[in-house]
Design a protein around this ligand. Structure first.
Ligand code: AVJ
Length: 320
């Protein structure tokens, strides 16, 4: 069975709703833009580049934890599960699971970048010719329905790697994952990657790489808005800024205005003072105990895998 691309499920976010969300964010005292905007075609490949950076320990560490524990992880998941991946991107990490599981009932990659999703699925289908793939093009924070799986899975496992959950504020993360838990059945699983609290220097380096790829990734949001929504941000007037906020346990990524300027957004003119910032991303770092509490309404923590330095955690939860 090949990936059924003709039956790609699309839940494309409406442009108008997005515009409203953007305008609302830019009207706040601390201006902000939603981080999901990072992931257009260019942003998705810049993110892939970030994952290979020396300073960006997250991907490397997560992958090595997976590799080191793949047998145990697969035996916890069970051979016949269906894997549902939130934000599948290049579908690289899933390969370890797909190679380790004997007869997975299916793979449901969900991603907000249509092109990235389809390319990755095509490549994956070539390498796993017996795998049933059911791609879903959606913003997974919005309601969407899952495709019908042809063979009956032993259970459903939501795979949410990369510490992407850290992009949401803890209250929202809690509500979002607990809600997913309610849609699953008792005994279904959540395999999730979490970036753990650690020294500020290591964290800040990961978001301020020497090659400037993260800066490019951050600025790409403005380029995208100009192209897709007709705004007129002058990219030379903005600088990347990322720092660890210890009190909140999060990296904050901002775009800082290098001078006083006005920007046109959908008919409105938005004024930026010199050094005023637009917040583009939070990346929360958790302790395992805090994260466990966060989703304890729906999930019970069953297994923990980490690296030797406790930089990153892969946690397996079961729906209760
Ligand atoms: C994909 C959300 C996990 O927060 O580390 C990387 C995105 N931003 N560098 C992260 C990101 C800047 C990344 N996540």
């Amino acid at each position: 069975m090949k990936a059924n691309l003709s039956r790609l499920k699309k839940f494309e976010p409406e442009k108008e709703a997005l515009m409203e969300e953007i305008l609302e964010g830019l009207s706040k005292t601390q201006k902000e833009l939603p981080s999901k905007l990072f992931y257009d075609k260019k942003g998705s490949s810049l993110f892939d580049e970030i994952c290979n950076l020396e300073e960006y320990y997250l991907t490397r560490t997560e992958t090595s934890i997976m590799t080191d524990n793949i047998d145990e992880i697969c035996s916890v998941l069970g051979d016949n599960c269906v894997l549902i991946e939130l934000g599948s991107g290049s579908s690289k990490k899933i390969r370890l699971l797909l190679s380790g599981l004997k007869t997975p009932a299916g793979y449901v990659p969900i991603d907000i970048s249509e092109e990235h999703l389809l390319n990755s699925v095509r490549i994956l289908a070539g390498d796993f010719p017996n795998l049933r793939i059911y791609p879903v093009y959606a913003d997974y924070t919005q309601p969407f329905s899952l495709p019908a799986i042809k063979s009956t899975p032993s259970k459903q496992v939501v795979y949410y790697p990369g510490s992407t959950i850290g992009n949401f504020e803890p209250d929202y993360a809690s509500e979002f994952l607990n809600r997913i838990g309610k849609e699953l059945e008792i005994g279904d699983g959540l395999l999730i990657g979490i970036d753990l609290k650690k020294d500020k220097r290591t964290i800040e380096a990961a978001y301020n790489d020497k090659k400037g790829i993260t800066a490019e990734f951050n600025l790409n949001i403005l380029e995208r808005l100009n192209r897709e929504l007709g705004t007129n941000f002058d990219l030379d007037n903005w600088a990347h800024s990322a720092f660890y906020n210890k009190e909140h346990g999060r990296i904050e990524m901002h775009l800082r205005s290098l001078r006083e300027q006005k920007v046109r957004v959908n008919g409105s003119s938005i004024t930026q003072l010199k050094d005023e910032t637009i917040l583009t991303e939070y990346s929360y770092k958790y302790s395992i105990e805090d994260f466990k509490q966060l989703i304890s309404d729906s999930f019970n923590l069953e297994k923990i895998w980490t690296d030797r330095e406790n930089k990153f955690g892969i946690l397996y939860f079961e729906v209760i």
